[in-house]
Design a protein around this ligand. Structure first.
Ligand SMILES: Nc1ncnc2c1ncn2[C@@H]1O[C@H](COP(=O)(O)OP(=O)(O)OP(=O)(O)O)[C@@H](O)[C@H]1O
Length: 648
């Protein structure tokens, strides 16, 4: 008989224990769901016709499962009835039955409750894991049925019905698990991305400069993808592990020795795989580092395309370097992939090694191993090839996820600003400001060769004044501007606003800035443009770009403008921002002489007359006379508080 009372006893106890525990867990879940319903954190969602379909379908499946269970003695225990089973078999058999029935009933109830009283964004981990396990067991079950059919001499139709039942549960379980997982992983990806973006947008400028934008880019893009991609693999791996474990239980009935031997071999293979994988990973990491260099070259290639196009010698030199970098990547990559291929082979071979070991060695090692037992094992391991591959493939994925997860968290940690909360505080912006730079001091920490420091600087200016900052290239003008506007945090000293020291994070709210590397978004973010259409049109006209550009609902018709035109739009935007202090970093450098004159002689005085404080970094000594104060910089120091001389 396929299931004799003696060998069934142990399995029955196991089933009774697992089933009972599962039933208990389901009951706990039912209570949790009911508590949610009472507390109104869960609402009834019928899902209409689709919900009804789902219910009918689940009813059919549960019905099939119930009848399958009912006919177990008939098909698997020599045509016995349940009453005969309870009389002839050990009591554990009936306990197993009760546990299974209780488990199915409780789980089905919690499944329905969870379906009809869903909580928004619910993860349903219990349901997903159950279906994952169920699916894995069904796969193993299908294979046992085939084994039994091969061993039995009678009619195989009843076994065929179980075959179909097992298959149905396998497919249904997989479908459900994958659908849920797709949602789960994409939700996770969404959450991680938005979290990182949220953090990034609260990160002070100087922190991002320290971390480097490339790193953030790869984390946001590649690392999040790696994780979400791997989660699916890992869950499939878990389903497969269940199949393997279930099969092992089945094999234990057939021969404990065989089980021990296969278990040992699978274990050895897994350890081998982990070791091989470690070395593959180290090599992949090395390859990734060279890939980063290659990416930098691609950036240079596209960014400097014009310069390369115009000069053949430059092109050739550059090509040499970029090909060299490709070459390094190739070597490292081949190295890594060869080791990776070994890992793959180890994984692929596991099922065959176990199979061969059992067939050829087990009979020699243990006496009394029958051919029937061997063919049982062979069939099971042929079936298990897929699941074993899945589990073995899961191992490298886990380490990839670990690496990516660590990188995301590292970035997240690095950009996590201690003071980031301060960025959320909206302070009232005064219309009149007096700014005082007090012992302001700063030096670049990331400078590889020589360090550049600014300050200590003491200076005061405010509303109704035009301040020019001048000085040679690299004298620290832009650095000072970044300090004043709070883009950089001073190492020492403070910026005092209307008599009170202000946090670096809050300074930015006072300023409307146009830096030399101004970035023009294709939309007027953060600007209330409604109702200002007339003013905008007037300014577009004044700035001479009215034919070039239309602004509809704050969206620019194009950003393909000349450098000078872009700066003019920047001026318009800073005008609309209407902050008490304007800061222009060599704004006029890109403008034609007429407009330059218009900027210095009309616009700046107009801003001043409106009660703004205007700070301009400039080399235009012709217009120095217009300034109320001129700060001259040399090697990071203010050298001269030049009283303006009127230009002639
Ligand atoms: N991100 C940075 N990291 C390290 N050093 C920097 C950085 N930015 C600028 N520096 C250094 O600081 C010095 C001053 O640069 P800054 O841009 O303030 O000069 P500048 O007076 O505005 O010059 P220019 O007239 O050429 O715009 C330079 O010598 C430069 O090497």
């Amino acid at each position: 008989a396929p299931l004799d009372p003696a060998s069934a006893n142990g399995v029955s106890w196991l089933v009774a224990a697992v089933g009972g525990l599962f039933a208990l867990l389901s009951v706990v879940m039912i209570f949790a769901t009911l508590v949610g319903v009472v507390r109104k954190t869960r609402q009834f969602t019928g899902n209409g016709w689709q919900g009804l379909q789902g219910f009918l379908f689940s009813l059919v499946l549960v019905g099939a499962l119930g009848s399958g269970l009912y006919f177990v003695p008939d098909v698997f225990m020599d045509g016995a009835s349940w009453s005969e089973v309870s009389r002839d078999y050990p009591p554990s058999t009936m306990y197993a039955l009760y546990a299974i029935v209780a488990g199915i009933a409780a789980f089905y109830l919690q499944f329905l409750l969870g379906m009809y009283f869903a909580r928004p964004k619910e993860r349903r981990i219990f349901t997903i894991s159950t279906f994952s396990v169920l699916s894995g067991m069904s796969y193993a079950f299908v294979m046992f049925i085939v084994n039994m059919a091969l061993a039995s001499d009678g009619s195989k139709l009843a076994l065929g019905a179980y075959f179909i039942l097992g298959l149905a549960f396998y497919v249904f379980g997989q479908k459900l698990v994958r659908a849920q997982l797709t949602r789960l992983t994409n939700n996770m990806l969404f959450a991680k991305r938005t979290e990182l973006i949220g953090k990034l947008l609260k990160t002070p400028y100087y922190k991002l400069e320290d971390v480097g934008s490339e790193k953030v880019y790869t984390s946001l893009n590649n690392d999040t993808e790696t994780i979400s991609g791997a989660i699916g693999m890992i869950v499939i791996g878990i389903t497969s592990s269940v199949t393997i474990i279930t099969s092992f239980v089945y094999l234990a009935i057939s021969s404990l020795w065989g089980l021990g031997m296969s278990f040992a071999m699978v274990l050895v293979a897994a350890v081998l795989l982990i070791v091989a994988n470690k070395s593959a990973n180290a090599k992949f990491n090395a390859a990734r580092d060279t890939q980063n260099i290659f990416f930098k070259y691609i950036n240079d290639l596209l960014g400097g395309f014009k310069e390369l196009y115009l000069n053949k010698a430059r092109r050739n030199d550059f090509q040499e370097d970029i090909v060299d970098s490709c070459e390094q990547y190739r070597t490292k990559r081949i190295d890594a992939e060869l080791v990776g291929a070994n890992v793959y082979f180890v994984g692929e071979l596991v099922a065959f090694v176990v199979l061969g070991g059992l067939v050829f060695m087990l009979p020699a090692l243990v006496s009394g191993v029958t051919n029937a037992t061997l063919s049982d094992y062979v069939l099971v391991f042929l079936f298990l090839k897929g699941p074993l591959d899945n589990v073995m493939n899961m191992i490298p994925r886990i380490s990839q996820v670990k690496v990516s997860w660590k990188r995301i968290n590292d970035i997240s940690e690095q950009i996590k600003a201690v003071e980031s909360e301060k960025m959320d505080i909206v302070q009232e912006i005064p219309s009149d400001v007096q700014l005082e730079l007090k012992d302001l001091q700063f030096s670049y920490k990331n400078a590889e060769n020589e360090k550049f420091s600014v300050g200590p600087i003491n200076y005061a200016f405010g509303t109704g004044e035009i301040i020019f900052i001048t000085g040679g290239n690299g004298s620290g003008k832009s650095t000072l501007a970044k300090l004043i506007t709070g883009l950089y945090k001073p190492d020492q000293g403070q910026v005092i606003v209307n008599g009170e020291a202000m946090d670096t994070e809050h300074l930015g709210q006072l300023f409307s800035t146009v830096f030399t590397d101004y970035f023009l978004f294709d939309k007027m973010y953060g600007i209330e443009h409604q109702g200002k259409e007339d003013v905008i049109d007037e300014y577009l006209h004044l700035l001479g770009v009215e034919d070039k550009l239309k602004i509809t609902d704050g969206v620019f018709s194009t950003t393909k403008l000349s450098t000078g035109q872009k700066k003019r739009i920047a001026l318009l935007i800073s005008y609309l921002e209407d902050r008490p202090v304007y800061l222009f970093d060599e704004w006029a450098a890109d403008q034609d002489p007429e407009f330059r004159q218009y900027f210095y002689e009309e616009l700046l005085p107009e801003m001043k007359a409106q009660g703004k404080c205007v700070i301009a970094i400039t080399h235009d000594d012709r217009y120095f006379g217009l300034a109320d104060k001129v700060i001259k910089m040399e090697q990071g120091q203010v050298v001269e508080d030049a009283e303006p001389v009127l230009a002639v």
